[in-house]
Design a protein around this ligand. Sequence first.
Ligand code: NOJ
Ligand code: CA
Length: 701
Amino acid sequence: MNKLLTYFIFITLICSSCGSDHTLSSPNGELQISTYIDENGQLLYSVSFNGKSYIKPSKLGFEFANADDMMNGFEIVSSKKETIVQDYEMQWGLNQFISSKHNQLSLHLKHIESGRLIDIVFRAADDGFAFRYVIPQQKEKELIVSNEHSEFNFDEDPMSYWIPGDWEIYEHLYNKTRASEINALSKVNHPNLAQTHIVENSVATPVTFIFDDGTHLSLHEAALVNYSGMTLKKTGETSFVSSLTGRADGNKATIPTPFKTPWRMGIIGKKATDLLSSNLMYDLNEPNELGDIRDWFSPHKYIGIWWEMHMGKSTWDYGMTQDMGTWTDHGNAHGKHGATNKNTKRYIDFAAKHGFDGVLVEGWNTGWEYWIGFEDREGVFDFVTPYPDYDIEMLQEYAKSKGVSLVMHHETSAAPRTYEKQMDKAYALMQSLDIHVVKSGYVGPLIPKGEYHHGQWMVNHYNNAVQKAANYQVAVNTHEPIKGTGLERTWPNWITREGARGQEFNAWSIEGGNSVDHLATMAFTRFLSGPMDYTPGLVKLETKLGPNSDNKARSTIAQQLGQYVVIPSPIQMACDLPENYEQHLDWLQFIKDVAVDWEQSIPLQGEVGDYVVWAKTAKENENWYLGAVNDENPRDLEIDLSFLDKNQSYSMTIYRDSKDAHWNTNPYAIEIENKIIKQTDTLKVYLASGGGFGAIFEKIK
Ligand code: NOJ
Ligand code: CA
């Protein structure tokens, strides 16, 4: 297999000015975008699929605080149609090689009165549509965006799977309602979120819709650079408009000119799994700017000193005091600190014994005494100074001697300016220690006040951190991040992120745990925006924390294993405690054996919020890995195995729910079976309530 990055764009000019033909069809002709200027000189677009309209005429434009609005009074001065063909290789992920063909229409608009110019570029692909604004050089050096006005008006009232358009966090539970019944304001001030700010009835993206005829549509954005994250605000029963995350002065973004906005995109398919096979978000991003990073970053599995803090068994902090900006050990160590030399060695030994490549250690550095619940968190965290009971050099030496590496942790407590000041030396320290992955975190209301996690200022912070990290051969796993918009194609060291409600909520959330259908919903919403560090792999499901001391992961054990195949991420955690895994080495075996980096991934079956089944073949071997997660309704699956090689036998090991398994009453009822299987066989699997399965098909040579 060619390991080098390959990338080509072929541009075929169809015509340079296509007169009044301002419609665009996808290569297979099934998707159509129509555009026109109305009597007020305002540009509108609409989208149809298989001859039926789904997005009815919807207006496009801008409002600026320091310049005339770009809403109406326009004429089309020229237009251009092109075909864009791309063949590219991803460094890691669901599909190694991606080929795409889009038809593109660029409309050059002129504001008749002022002469101001703007281009709107549309893409029609077989799997969806996209558009972006391209603003040429203007007389103003910068434009202050008070509103972007991109409408998405539906022809019907589809079923919607949404979380609120919170400016500070995505860690809400998903909701299923008709579009007309979306009520994001009912989610204001969720008491369990470390930060939340919902200002209007809008939803975060990706947001997924199912129309009554079964057509599926997921709206999102691609290539979010130097701009604010987009939410979609309700403007009527079944209509939405882009609404950007704001900032203290009431405006939304300040853009230089010339400028290209992120792409606004919609994946469209006839069935739920069509959403999952789309690469549209990656197609719309710029090619890899970093070259091959695989000589210093390899996809892998890791364990960590992490769950024990969420379980309240140990703490992040040591018991220090900050005197005039310096952390001092006044002998008040409380003895519950998790990141000690002894404990870290224990985890390293476990990782080495069971083949995990990384050991994440949270709470290793000074500052945790004031990390949460304080207004002024500036200058608190130090990203190069370990606590006295943690010898980072010695531990990394020890880890390396056993073929393992520490995974760095940088919790910023949402004080990014403090982090920015130390970034270079923090990443340089990592490089000097041969540590190549950092998990970063941004817990808490963002400071400075008036900026938000999803606003332009923070988008730039997250993007800059990733680019700076690359200079030090550091790959980044961002928690409390901006959503994924496919930038990992451009900067492949942005390996994964949180950006949704993860496993940690099962430990302590006020709802008692994530909902049973949480993963079956995220499979068709959140996961469309790329990798997630969900941290699967519990073997002890009950945490007994939370308001009624009865919290637990609402899944069966078989589902915890299936999550490794369903959740996209080139690094996967085995999140449970070593002592718990030691009790269940038979279940741990699946976690040890499952791959994390794929040559090809096929979504075999599924329905939004109900269940999903994936088949993925690893880059490192010719095996196939199957996994499923289910909602609360038990179901019998019949899985067609025609994707396997013909005339070839596989040794299948399957970890599946027993007939009497149930997430609530009998979650540990699992059956492990090994048998020989061929392409012509049909695999029958039972998914329990809250269940799932994981299976490995090893090619018999
Ligand atoms: C939130 C992260 O999601 C979690 O994984 C981490 O343990 C805490 N922040 C502390 O950094
Ligand atoms: Ca979190």
